[in-house]
Design a protein around this ligand. Structure first.
Ligand SMILES: *Cc1c(COP(=O)(O)O)cnc(C)c1O
Length: 415
């Protein structure tokens, strides 16, 4: 291979994990020792200090009035949810299963909310009994909520999830605007609010979530501004004062070469304007952001071990015991249009300069989709070395088809 180096896929910078004596440090420990402590590869490791630092950075950049929720679908590992429950102001769940984890983790039900299309009647009843806030996203949800309120003797706490009449520009995954299965179209919300009033449910506010994985601060600022304006208009139809205004999140993290980190300064300034306007127009409202990926994505790595090194027609493959069955998103098969490499390192050869020839890191699955790193420059590696994939704290283990091909399950730890 004589491809010029500059045309090769490069690594996006990773800024969370330091290294010492050639070893990546995770939770302050050299990776080889951590792997021995875990007792197997592959595993995910989430660095609790990195998560705490991320929350602190956000709080420093945003106005104090803004509350932070963790959207636990990004990473529902119980120990991690327990760690975050003490750092943020609330938890957002997307199923009754996640609700159990959040409550076990010690989350205060007053600050837990539940969003998602197709909530089952039993889940709605569990939510009412738990005393959490349900983000209503369909007229159909009102009857089971009213039924649960009556039989349990406690009115369901509800907010309306609005499908806005605008889109979040530059978002990796759009979840609002146009026809969507999420939320209720803004133009139908006045009718839904009237129905909530008639059903005697405890209306508390609005929830707007426009999209995910956005790295453009201006787009986020604009979406938050428009969300706030829309909520103000809809509040005129509400059966009770707005006490919660959840403006969503969608803060992205850099995965690929050339992607910048999100600039928080304009977002903080935009939210300060919104908080000032809200203090006037919606004086009882707490303003909430719900973030998943941004809180945990960069704090996690996926670690697998090289089990074989094969050279096929001049190209080197590092074959590992980990792959898309544990980490679908790093393989490029979870919402990517064009496959790009996550940042990758040989975790026990940090500081060793890359070899001249590019290599590919693949997994043990018998499918060409099982690629972790495609033609990257890495230090010369040996069987037994540890491959670390960065930016792996969100949409990893729980978002991967672990049963595919019957390999061992991945282990997750909080380091
Ligand atoms: C997925 C989701 C989130 C989390 O999105 P991230 O991009 O991980 O921050 C938040 N809220 C809702 C309603 C979601 O569906």
């Amino acid at each position: 291979m004589n491809t010029p180096a500059r045309s090769l896929p490069a690594h996006a910078p990773q800024t969370v994990f330091a290294d010492a004596d050639g070893e990546l440090l995770v939770g302050g420990q050299p990776l080889s020792r951590l792997a021995a402590r875990v007792g197997q590869t592959p595993f995910y490791a989430y660095d609790r200090d990195a998560i705490a630092r991320r929350v602190a950075e956000l709080r420093a950049a945003l106005p104090p009035a803004i509350e932070l929720h963790y959207a636990m679908k990004a990473n529902p590992m119980p120990a991690l949810v327990g760690h975050l429950a003490h750092l943020v102001d609330g938890i957002d769940v997307a199923s009754a299963g996640e609700l159990q984890v959040a409550l076990d983790a010690g989350a205060d039900p007053r600050h837990v909310s539940f969003a998602g299309p197709g909530k089952r009647d039993a889940e709605l009843r569990q939510a009412v009994a738990a005393g959490i806030l349900v983000n209503v996203e369909s007229f159909r949800e009102l009857a089971p909520l009213a039924e649960a309120s009556a039989t349990l003797g406690m009115p369901a706490r509800v907010a309306v999830r609005v499908n806005p009449d605008f889109e979040l520009k530059s978002s990796g995954m759009k979840m609002g605007g146009g026809p969507k299965p999420f939320g209720v179209d803004a133009e139908q919300v006045p009718e839904l609010l009237a129905a909530i009033g008639r059903a005697g449910l405890a209306f508390e506010g609005f929830h707007l979530f426009a999209g995910s994985q956005n790295l453009k601060a201006e787009a986020i600022v604009e979406a938050q501004r428009k969300s706030f304006d829309l909520a103000l208009r809809l509040a005129e139809h509400a059966p009770a004062p707005v006490r919660t205004l959840n403006l969503g999140g969608g803060f992205g993290i850099p995965y690929f070469p050339g992607e910048p980190a999100l600039d928080l300064a304009p977002i903080g300034a935009g939210l300060a304007d919104i908080a000032a306007a809200a203090a006037h127009a919606l004086p009882e409202a707490r303003i909430v952001l719900e973030l998943g990926r941004y809180l945990v994505g960069e704090a996690g790595i996926y670690v697998c071990r090289i089990t074989d090194i094969k050279i096929s027609r001049g190209h080197t493959y590092l074959v590992t015991d980990g792959g898309l069955h544990h980490h679908l998103s790093a393989s490029g098969n979870f919402g990517q249009v064009i496959r790009k490499n996550y940042p990758v390192a040989i975790g026990n050869r940090m500081g060793t300069p890359p070899a001249a020839e590019p290599v590919s890191v693949v997994g043990p699955l018998c499918t060409p989709l099982d690629v972790i790193a495609d033609r990257m420059l890495l230090p010369a590696a040996q069987i037994g070395d540890l491959v670390a994939i960065f930016q792996s704290g969100a949409y990893g283990a729980s978002a991967s088809p672990q049963a595919f091909l019957g390999h061992p399950q991945v282990v997750e730890i909080l380091a």
